[in-house]
Design a protein around this ligand. Structure first.
Ligand code: AR6
Length: 169
């Protein structure tokens, strides 16, 4: 049984086996959670991202996929980088967003992670409406078979927290 919990705040302050990063396909960092994770995680995270690019992801990590690196100075063993879809009005990309959660949990299982902290993937710079992002996140985690014992959604602000809390009620 996986327990879903919620927290409000900065995910880089969390303690968990794995912290999920809302990355981009370059794996080389960016703004939002990605920037915060690389800043606090330190150079070891970027170094491993660069090595992964060189060895496996020359064309970038595809949208909906996930890959793990060290967590550097974060209070975690791993960062799981996943690439959310950019929100589109004209195309339904929900399954790609769901895939981010499924793939991150699959990677977490491979690693043996018991606690995994997720941000609201795609709900910032990538423009996904928060209510819908929360629905997809919660429904997907509930429907995914995993050995992860705790999935913690770490929401940056109250609006995001309330969107996720509403889904869990
Ligand atoms: N802790 C928890 N949540 C956060 C934090 C934090 N430190 N910082 C932001 N959020 P975003 P995306 C929230 O933009 O939409 C990057 O440049 C934020 O308020 O980080 O998937 C990447 O390199 C929002 O609710 O990720 C990509 O290019 C949620 O986390 C692109 O942004 C996700 O916002 C990915 O965009």
């Amino acid at each position: 049984m996986t327990t879903i919990t919620l927290a409000q705040g900065d995910i880089t302050r969390e303690s968990a086996d794995a912290i999920v990063n809302a990355a981009n396909s370059s794996l080389l960092g960016g703004g939002g959670v990605d920037g915060a994770i690389h800043r606090r995680g330190g150079p070891a995270v970027l170094e491993e991202c660069r090595a992964l690019r060189a060895s496996h992801y020359g064309k970038g990590l595809a949208t909906g996929k996930a890959v793990a690196t060290t967590a550097g100075n974060l209070d975690a063993r791993w960062v799981i980088h996943t690439v959310g879809p950019v929100f589109s009005q004209s195309e339904d990309r929900s399954d790609l967003l769901a895939s981010c959660y499924r793939e991150s949990l699959r990677v977490a299982d491979e690693l043996g992670a018991r606690t995994v902290a997720f941000p609201a993937v795609s709900a910032g710079i990538y423009g996904w409406p928060m209510e819908d992002a929360a629905r997809i996140a919660v429904e997907t985690v509930r429907a995914t078979e995993t050995s992860v014992e705790e999935v913690r959604f770490v929401l940056f602000d109250e609006r995001a927290y309330e969107a996720f809390a509403g889904r869990l009620r």
